[in-house]
Design a protein around this ligand. Structure first.
Ligand code: HEM
Ligand SMILES: [Cu+2]
Length: 843
């Protein structure tokens, strides 16, 4: 007997296809939800999690405003105040802003680009769990009263063990680094997915502008996070084991931290802003009823912005004693960054003025954005002028500027986007009764809070002060700021109520309520786990979304039928978008959750100084990664398979440009940035740190050093041998064994070198940087061993054949990188004593 839910299959092919796909792509109920790997599910969770952290950080911000509302307030103790404002800033940036923009990217990017999921769903899940656990560790520290308290930028020496003994600073260093590593892994998969998994026919120059923004942002993350990750590792090593990097009494330099921090910190502003600009560039044309003006100019502008933003970190350090010429350079650079930003701004205005704008709630927030961002931009240009910065530095003027840019330019487009995509998330249309008053409360409250801070700043109120005397003339301005904060908070509360009302009472809509032209609206609302029942072909003319949606639902695009229960997606050529490979994605699994739990254990072990536990947990993490690799791919060759519309392509396991290869290249770019930062740090200390000339220099053993380099080269040659043997149809066991032996030799010799550093690396930065460089080599050789182990297991299990050699190509690339950086690192360790001698004779 058939029920309404289960009609006779032959009646409706679209419904039957939907049922088959839904079953294949489903995440199980109950506890099985923890095994979810689907980008829609993870993206939604990540959004909600980031809003929870936003709310907590918002409450902390309100607490600071209560404390500062009146002079001589004793609402909080100074110790509490330090924790509260440090946590407010850290949570807003690291636990809300960055993950929120990533959650938007995770949820929307595959849909807008016309594919079913990201290239590495298990990595999406792992990234989410790491974010949740890392963020929770940091948040719980607040309840235990051991929250970070040295400011959200953790300047040394304040954050060093001398001035911040307890574990407060360690919570920040470990917890935030944990979250950053998750952000980095998501960034890598975003890059790979955008480059390889667009709808066929969508060449790069016709990709929706949203894709360009997210691609550039993710690439910026890959280059911007490693300096901060390196800085955090070095500072944590200094705090935990006494190896000095930032301690000026032992050959370190506190300013090195500032450089590493702002090398991340400045680009980070654009990492947060660009995805929000993506939102604006996507929704403004819809409301203006015309195509975006200046698509190409915008693409060029955002690429230029990405490059420029890395060059101007020093404008956060104008007052630390930088040479004059450098000041002029960085000041000019900071002003020039306004140009690409202005290009986008004018493109949006032109789109609106050439179109027939239609009014709706998202447009209110777009208006709010224009107002707030103009203000923030103007004060930014003021601060880029060195003489003005000398006056305004570390006053509330900077706090005002920062909130106009970071809070304003983030929050207003975010809320515009939220109202715009809400029908996609919930399948319901908007009701507007509460949305409009909520907007005005937020807008007025925001400006009242932060506009006043420009004035208090100009009147000389320093930032990060706990209280003030009452005779400075700041009283009423601070009171107004605090009242404004409450008005804004009420606005946010109303917004939350509005969202709940909409979820409950919104009218159901079928699809595309705004009449948009991007592909995320060419699917049923809310979207099923597989997103598209079949994948569109993007011809030269854009098909109207509504007609396209019906034909996709009937399975008339690519992959419009199911096969072997596989979760299928299409891989395309990076530039042209021509179909190239069939990507078979993994099913839901608990592995990401377990791996993240093990990672959290390693972090917690380090935090509580139980290093043995940490080591064991880290080994478990490594083991789980090897196991995850075990289950990937196919154990037989398929050759080209039909994917619909008369096209046949091989599965991704049998092509050269498989997503994992591209992912490893992204990883090595991030890793290379970290390595370059380490070299930068070494040279920086050699040239700038006090008392390097006087140091006794460690003389590393020449034979051992050359031995390590030789062994690394041997390993990578053996990896080539194993690849060649496999392609020729032979068995590569001998080669793999040889490579493993070479790596073990390299690791032992490098460890012997570290043990032989004299005097003790704890005595002087000269020894500790040498130890860091050697440690880098040991770590990479160790990971190389894991690659080879994984190769051996997978060859044994039949996952490798002359056609399926991706694994071996990955190992070869990793070992090439290890040998290359190893030679540089060891060369520098050998050269350091001579370099220092040169400086000594000059001094
Ligand atoms: C509820 C609204 C907010 C209030 C009342 C508020 C208030 C404050 C206050 C009083 C400080 C301390 C300033 C100092 O002494 O240095 C501060 C710092 C900071 N806030 Fe907010 N804030 C709010 C929203 C936001 C948002 C939305 C963000 C980011 C998305 C943010 C990011 C930061 C950061 C990064 C700092 C550290 C600034 C620094 O000292 O360099 N805040 N905030
Ligand atoms: Cu900056």
């Amino acid at each position: 007997m058939s029920t309404p839910l289960d009609p006779p299959a032959q009646d409706n092919p679209a419904r039957r296809l939907h049922r088959q796909l839904a079953e294949i792509w489903a995440t199980g109920p109950g506890l099985q939800r923890l095994a979810a790997v689907n980008h829609s599910v993870i993206g939604r969770r990540m959004m909600i999690t980031s809003f929870v952290f936003f709310a907590i950080a918002g409450v902390l911000g309100m607490l600071t405003r209560v404390q500062l509302a009146t002079p001589n307030s004793t609402f909080m103790t100074p110790e509490m105040y330090n924790q509260v404002f440090t946590m407010h800033g850290s949570m807003m940036l690291f636990l809300f802003a960055i993950p929120m923009v990533e959650s938007v990217a995770v949820y929307l990017t595959p849909k807008i680009l016309g594919t079913r999921d990201f290239a590495f769903p298990r990595l999406t899940a792992y990234g989410y769990w790491c974010y949740l656990f890392g963020g929770s560790i940091v948040t719980f520290s607040l309840l235990l009263g051991v929250a970070p308290d040295s400011g959200w930028f953790m300047y040394t020496p304040l954050s060093s063990s001398v001035y911040t003994p307890g574990i407060n600073a360690d919570v920040w260093l470990l917890g935030i680094t944990f979250v950053e590593i998750s952000a980095l892994s998501l960034a890598m998969e975003i890059v790979v997915s955008i480059l390889k998994m667009r709808a066929p026919g969508m060449s790069l120059d016709r990709m929706p502008i949203f894709g360009w923004y997210i691609l550039v942002t993710a690439m910026m993350m890959i280059v911007a996070f490693p300096p901060l990750i390196l800085g955090s590792i070095l500072l944590e090593v200094e705090r935990a084991f006494g190896l000095p990097f930032f301690d000026p009494t032992r050959g370190g330099d506190a300013l090195l931290w500032q450089h590493l921090f702002w090398l991340f910190g400045h680009p980070d502003v654009y990492i947060i802003f660009l995805p929000m600009a993506a939102v604006l560039s996507t929704i403004i044309p819809v409301f203006a009823n015309r195509a975006l003006v200046g698509y190409r100019a915008i693409v060029v502008a955002i690429i230029a912005l990405a490059f420029l933003s890395f060059g101007i970190w020093v404008h956060h350090m104008f007052t630390v004693g930088i040479p004059h010429l450098a000041l002029a350079f960085f000041s000019a650079g900071s002003a020039i960054v306004a140009v690409p930003t202005a290009i986008q701004f004018f493109a949006w205005l032109a789109t609106l003025s050439h179109g027939k704008p239609r009014w709706d709630v998202p447009m209110l927030y777009v208006f709010g954005f224009f107002f707030v961002f103009t203000m923030g931009g103007l004060t930014g240009v003021m601060l880029a002028m060195v003489p003005f910065d000398w006056q305004a530095h570390d006053t509330y003027f900077v706090v005002a500027h920062m909130h106009y840019v970071v809070a304003g330019a983030l929050a207003f487009p975010m809320l515009a986007g939220l109202y715009y995509w809400l029908p996609l998330l919930t399948g319901r249309a908007a009701v507007h009764r509460l949305a409009v008053p909520a907007f005005w409360l937020i807008f007025i409250g925001f400006n009242m809070t932060f506009f006043m801070m420009h004035l208090t700043g100009l009147m000389g109120m320093p930032r990060r002060i706990y209280t003030y005397g009452g005779h400075e003339g700041w009283n009423w301005l601070n009171l107004l700021s605090s009242v404004g904060g409450f008005v804004m908070t009420i606005g946010f509360a109303l917004l939350v109520i509005d969202l709940i009302v909409q979820l409950r009472f919104g009218r159901r809509v079928r699809r595309n309520p705004w009449g948009a032209t991007t592909l995320e609206w060419a699917m049923p609302l809310p979207p099923p786990a597989y997103a598209f029942a079949s994948i569109p072909h993007m011809g030269k003319e854009d098909a109207p979304v509504d007609g396209l949606a019906d034909s996709l639902a009937r399975g008339e695009g690519y992959l419009g039928s199911t096969r072997n229960g596989w979760q299928e997606a299409l891989g395309v050529h990076i530039v042209s978008g021509a179909p190239e490979q069939l990507i078979v994605l993994p099913q839901p699994t608990y592995l990401p959750l377990f791996t993240a739990l093990a990672t959290a254990t390693a972090v917690l072990g380090f935090l509580f100084k139980t290093y043995l536990l940490s080591m064991v947990a880290a080994l478990v993490v490594a083991g789980l990664f090897v196991i995850a690799a075990q289950r990937a791919g196919h154990s037989r060759d398929y050759g080209p398979l039909p994917v619909g519309r008369g096209v046949s392509v091989p599965p991704h396991t049998e092509v050269e440009s498989a997503p994992p290869y591209l992912a490893l290249i992204c990883t090595l770019i991030a890793d290379g940035t970290l390595f370059t930062s380490l070299l930068f740090g070494t040279f920086y200390l050699w040239i700038a740190a006090p008392n390097w000339e006087a140091a006794t220099t460690p003389g590393p053993d020449l034979a051992l050093t050359l031995g390590v380099i030789g062994a690394l080269v041997m390993a990578t040659l053996a990896a080539r041998g194993s690849l060649r043997a496999t392609v020729a149809g032979g068995k590569p066991w001998g080669w793999i064994g040889l490579a493993m032996v070479a790596l073990v030799v390299a690791i032992s010799a490098a460890v012997a070198l570290i043990a032989g550093i004299l005097p003790d690396p704890r005595e002087h930065a000269l020894g500790s940087t040498a130890a860091a460089l050697l440690g880098y080599v040991v770590f990479h050789a160790g990971v190389g061993l894991l690659f080879l182990l994984s190769n051996a297991l997978r060859i044994g299990a039949g996952f490798v054949s002359p056609q399926r050699v991706v694994d071996l190509r990955l190992s070869r690339l990793w070992l090439d990188y290890t040998a290359f950086t190893g030679a540089i690192a060891l060369g520098l360790v050998l050269a350091l004593p001579k370099l220092v001698a040169i400086m000594g004779s000059q001094a």
